[in-house]
Design a protein around this ligand. Structure first.
Ligand SMILES: [Fe+2]
Ligand SMILES: [Fe+2]
Length: 264
């Protein structure tokens, strides 16, 4: 086991946290616990990320080895599927949840503000930040579902030789990807601010049930949004760009199975 860990340590130091999160979903638990940004900041090397968190890569590997159970949302092997199937799972796992959660959590936040706002002024900012998150995320997800995902579906069809390459109005997939990643950055900032003003989502000792429930759900929203952004930034978007490079030129269809990373 020692040899394996040492080998893993050497290999991992050269990798980015985003790639590690894709290849070893269990690592997401450690990243979250150590507050390492693996989604918007996915291009940071593990060495640098651990150093910024005051940890060593060896400690990271040891922590990873100690985990035996995998949270459902983080246990998926996102690399095993086509991009079309991945997009469907992103919608089913993250978009639907996010829409529903933002809709139901906001009235709870407003209620808690109404009851506790005088003594806890940060609750007004919690409500405001939830409003900003909603205003940002709803149109963002709609753009992915109505523009980006259908285009990538068509690219996969083209790569499999079932249709000609699509001609997008946005030129190249790199343009919407750049826009989506910038919007992810903004969402990441809003979530970080939420965590900061809520003392890491810690309700006061005397808090009522609604107050505690609000913070529990905000913490879950943060976790699931990190995973959501991670899957898109570190897996789906790079896969879409690579696919367009292979299949996106009209009249230059390539043979392929249409699976991410598969050049057969
Ligand atoms: Fe999304
Ligand atoms: Fe997104």
């Amino acid at each position: 086991m020692t040899t394996t860990v040492m080998t893993t340590t050497i290999d991992l130091t050269e990798r980015t946290v985003g790639d590690i999160a894709v290849e070893m979903p269990l690592s997401i638990r450690v990243f979250e616990a150590w507050k390492i940004d693996y989604c918007c900041g996915g291009r940071t090397s593990l060495t640098d990320a651990c150093a910024a968190a005051g940890k060593s890569v060896a400690a990271f590997v040891a922590e990873l080895d100690s985990l035996t159970t995998v949270p459902e949302a983080a246990s998926r092997d996102w690399q095993a599927d086509t991009l079309t199937a991945t997009a469907a799972r992103i919608v089913g796992t993250y978009h639907n949840y996010t829409r529903e959660e933002l809709q139901t959590i906001t009235p709870i936040a407003q209620k808690v503000l109404g009851v506790h706002g005088e003594r806890r002024p940060e609750l007004a900012e919690v409500v405001a930040l939830l409003g900003e998150l909603t205003a940002d995320l709803l149109p963002h997800m709609l753009k992915e579902e109505q523009v980006l995902f259908p285009y990538v579906d068509q690219l996969e069809e083209a790569a499999a030789g079932r249709r000609s390459a699509p001609t997008p109005f946005f030129g190249t997939v790199k343009n919407p990807v750049r826009m989506m990643m910038a919007e992810h950055d903004r969402v990441g900032e809003l979530l970080a601010r939420l965590r900061q003003i809520s003392d890491d989502f810690t309700a006061p000792e005397t808090a009522c049930f609604s107050y505690r429930e609000l913070y529990r759900r905000l913490a879950e929203l943060e976790l699931r949004t990190h995973e959501h952004i991670h899957v898109e930034n570190n897996f789906y978007f790079p896969g879409a760009v690579a696919l367009e490079d292979r299949a996106g030129q009209p009249n230059t269809l390539v043979d392929g199975c249409g699976t991410h990373g598969c050049n057969h």
